[in-house]
Design a protein around this ligand. Structure first.
Ligand code: HEM
Ligand code: FES
Length: 788
């Protein structure tokens, strides 16, 4: 047991004589040699600054000291996305056993009070180690499947309707007190099968449990909290006893009681009693706070609010973005079981970790323009508010359902609602985060249902699990259509309301939807990333077009509204490279032109080799010549001038990176010429998928084991891995569905892969550590083990 952590003593855990840690960390040690920086020493998760905005409070750490020791808390603090995810992923090195431990140790007096109630909170799921945890989780998961959750939809809708009815004519309400606390509590009790008596009492008790577990109560408060927690424990015991007498009734807790008969070692008495108490909090406070946070952030961004009012199909992704931007779990805990390393920091066994998941959700390395609230963010659902891996929130889809239904009800019935003037207060604690009150105002005379009662019958279809790709598209207006070369059109796209478009990095692309054809196509961005007033793409009319480029050429005109998705970047440039050779064939110049501009701005040594049929078929020649002068080499075939890759790349150079985009044949030729170059020197972007249709008579079924989630699945011969994963309620992003975009990448721990995508590099394919779930399969029909 880590002495510092339990006592909270302000001492540094590092031997001050040994500077190794400070140096490996790259952080300057303070004058006395202590490697705890000034800011780390000040870190206080009970301070108002943390409570108001945890990711902002630790921005400095995310940028400069991503893993640091907090002497005030006695915990190591982890702030970056990849580090937090890596910790969640490995539940052996990073045990969840302290997830429900009191972060502030109790006084002896408070402990005596708890003992007088026989308080004995033990292991549930969230704080249980393997192998006990997974055995229990697997037994108890059935009521969380999408099929089972659908049964709760009518109740959530009914409650949302009734509660809004109560105040819709008042013009002012505290949504937390008048709805958001009670409805999720009622749903939680219904899910668990607990009678709805004593709701007020339960509310008080569950706040006490939060303060007891994640807060810093004063010695006097500790005594009050101990009584409330003791009472909560006893009430949980009584409810459990009643349930045992009627085990065939509804709810998840009775489901567990029934399973106990056959699995007494897995579903223990201690589990049931502890879960009865912890389950109410897990299912209730998280969702109540989550909805209050979501409404607050949406009302603070009136454009986003207006958009979801006008188009409810945006709600599922808006929910994900709210959970990312302003989630209800700010941080979560793990215990380090053996000496290890997080990022470049050595962490000794016995250390305690506070992973600031809300900070991970604001990490620029993962989320482009992370500080921007964007309800169309394409990877919003990769937020870590539900945790990740084997302990990932089992109730996430129930929570998503509630959030979606609440937002739907409010946007339909109170679209004119505004935040009232107020100061927001948060219960001082590290983890559970939501405003204590949320005052809103509106003019009841403007209530849409007064004019049109029919709106009450409208209902958006519920989407359980990940938002669809279509929920993340955004409308743009075509401002300019310009011929830039033979058969090549450049489109300049602006936002309909003149607001800035999302920031992007060179190599990024967007998907553009071709009207109502159901077709969408990906095009690299070629404008200046610094200019957020527009996005530019160039479209070659492809003679083998499957409808996309031909449709765009024939139909698009200035003033048209089109829908795009992204920007997204799977062709990122390493801006720390010393030298870059850019190679473009034909329309492949589009991402290369944005990258070359960036290379010039950053002072990187670079050259561009641009080939085409003829100068007239090559876009942007004049601009490129003006900007890049003699760094640009042009090869026009009709002038008898061809790029000789073998000569250009004859001498491998460890300091040079190659970025290439162009036709398949050109890229294949390049790959051959780069065989003697260092692995990963060559980065390519393909135009087309090389994927064919899935033919079940030629495919083999195979097994996959999901290491982090602890489950196994069969991928049938007529099914993709992605379909099998999504069918099992495992969140995996996807977009193109044909091995082009890289969104469905999953990590592979074991097994040979038949790679069918055009995203991974040659060496990545040989290494077989990653695969695209939408198209790639097991090479020999043998089992694959995935890090999911
Ligand atoms: C676990 C967040 C709603 C039941 C968790 C964890 C987090 C979390 C952070 C720990 C994850 C980890 O250690 O990797 C949330 C949030 C919610 C929410 C933010 C709402 C917005 C719910 C609901 C239920 C629920 C509605 C139940 C009906 C559980 C259970 C676990 C869990 C049973 C333990 C899973 C395990 O350890 O295997 N949740 N939760 N949660 N949550 Fe939720
Ligand atoms: Fe695009 Fe798989 S979804 S590569």
């Amino acid at each position: 047991m880590n002495q510092l952590a339990t006592t909270g003593i302000s001492r540094c855990p590092i031997d001050h004589g040994a500077f190794g840690h400070a140096q490996s960390n790259g952080k300057p040690a303070s004058a006395n040699g202590c490697p705890v920086s000034g800011r780390a020493a000040e870190f206080d998760p009970f301070s108002n600054d943390y409570l108001q905005n945890p990711p902002e409070y630790v921005r400095w750490a995310r940028e400069e000291e991503p893993v640091f020791y907090s002497p005030k808390l006695g915990y190591w603090i982890v702030t970056r996305y990849e580090d937090v995810k890596a910790v969640f992923r490995d539940n052996k090195t990073f045990s969840p056993s302290i997830a429900l431990e009191k972060i502030t140790p109790n006084s002896d007096e408070a402990n005596a009070i708890l003992a007088s109630y026989d308080y004995g909170m033990g292991r549930t799921l969230v704080n249980e180690d393997e192998p006990a945890h997974m055995a229990r989780r697997r037994l108890l998961i059935e009521p969380f499947t999408p099929e089972a959750l659908k049964h709760h939809e009518p109740l959530v809708r009914k409650l949302a309707r009734e509660y809004v009815d109560r105040f819709i004519n008042d013009g002012r309400a505290d949504l937390v007190n008048q709805m958001l606390w009670e409805v999720p509590l009622t749903v939680a009790l219904h899910f668990l099968g607990v009678p709805e008596e004593d709701m007020d009492m339960l509310r008080k008790y569950s706040i006490a449990h939060t303060v007891n577990t994640w807060g810093r109560p004063s010695p006097e408060e500790q005594l009050k909290v101990a009584h409330a927690v003791g009472n909560f424990w006893q009430l949980a015991g009584k409810i459990l006893e009643k349930m045992r007498q009627d085990p065939d009734g509804p709810g998840w807790m009775r489901y567990g009681i029934r399973l106990q008969k056959d699995h007494p070692d897995v579903i223990t008495d201690s589990y049931l009693h502890s879960m009865m108490m912890a389950g109410i909090v897990a299912a209730h406070e998280t969702t109540a706070n989550g909805t209050a946070n979501a409404l607050k952030v949406l009302l603070e961004h009136p454009d986003a609010w207006q958009e979801i009012c006008e188009d409810p199909s945006l709600i599922p992704n808006a929910v994900e973005e709210c959970l990312r931007y302003n989630g209800s779990i700010a941080a979560w805990r793990r215990l380090v079981t053996c000496d290890t390393r997080i990022g470049d920091v050595d962490i000794p066994a016995g250390s305690k970790l506070l992973m600031v998941s809300s900070s991970a959700n604001h990490d620029e390395r993962k989320f482009e323009d992370a500080g921007h609230f964007d309800i169309r963010r394409e990877n919003a659902s990769e937020q870590l508010t539900f945790g990740y891996g084997s302990h990932q929130c089992m109730g996430k889809n129930l929570a998503r359902m509630e959030l979606q239904i609440f937002l739907e009800e409010f946007t339909r019935r109170l679209p004119h609602m505004k935040l009232a003037e107020q100061t927001f207060h948060y219960l001082p604690n590290t983890s559970f985060r939501g405003p204590e009150h949320l005052w809103v105002e509106w003019d009841p005379a403007q209530n849409p249902e007064r004019k049109n009662p029919g709106i009450l019958d409208l209902q958006a279809p519920l989407r359980l699990g990940e938002p669809s790709a279509s929920a993340i598209s955004r409308p743009v207006v075509v401002q300019e259509v310009q011929w830039v070369a033979e058969d090549i059109l450049k489109l300049k796209l602006i936002s309909p309301d003149g607001k800035p478009l999302p920031r992007w990095t060179p190599g990024a692309h967007i998907d553009i939807e071709c009207g109502d054809t159901g077709i969408s196509r990906q095009y690299s961005l070629c404008s200046d990333p610094a200019d957020t007033s527009c996005l530019e793409i160039a479209i070659l009319k492809d003679p083998e077009s499957r409808g996309g480029s031909a449709w765009l050429h024939e139909n698009i005109k200035p003033g048209d509204r089109v829908r795009i998705r992204g920007p997204r970047n799977h062709f990122r440039m390493d801006s720390s490279a010393e030298k870059i050779i850019f190679i473009a064939g034909g329309i492949g110049i589009t991402p290369i032109s944005a990258m070359a501009r960036e290379a010039k701005q950053r002072g990187i040594d670079y050259e561009i080799h641009y080939s085409g049929r003829s100068r007239s078929s090559m876009s942007f020649l004049n601009e490129l010549e003006a900007l890049h002068g003699n760094r640009l080499h042009v090869y026009a075939k009709d002038e008898g001038n061809r790029n000789d890759f073998a000569r250009l790349l004859a001498t491998p150079d460890a300091k040079t990176q190659i970025y290439a985009c162009g036709p398949e044949r050109m890229l294949e030729g390049l790959a051959q010429c780069c065989e003697n170059w260092p692995e990963d020197a060559l980065h390519v972007e393909h135009f087309h998928s090389v994927l064919g249709e899935l033919d079940p008579s030629k495919e083999q079924a195979f097994e996959v084991e999901l290491k982090d989630s602890g489950i196994s699945l069969t991928v049938a011969a007529d099914q993709t891995l992605l379909q099998a994963l999504q069918g099992a309620n495992i969140d995996v992003q996807s977009d193109c569905g044909e091995g082009l975009c890289g969104s469905c990448e999953v990590r592979v721990l074991q097994g040979d892969i038949d790679h069918r995508d055009v995203v991974l590099t040659r060496s990545e394919k040989e290494e077989s550590r990653k695969m695209m779930a939408c198209c790639s399969r097991s090479a020999k029909g043998e089992k694959l083990v995935l890090e999911l």
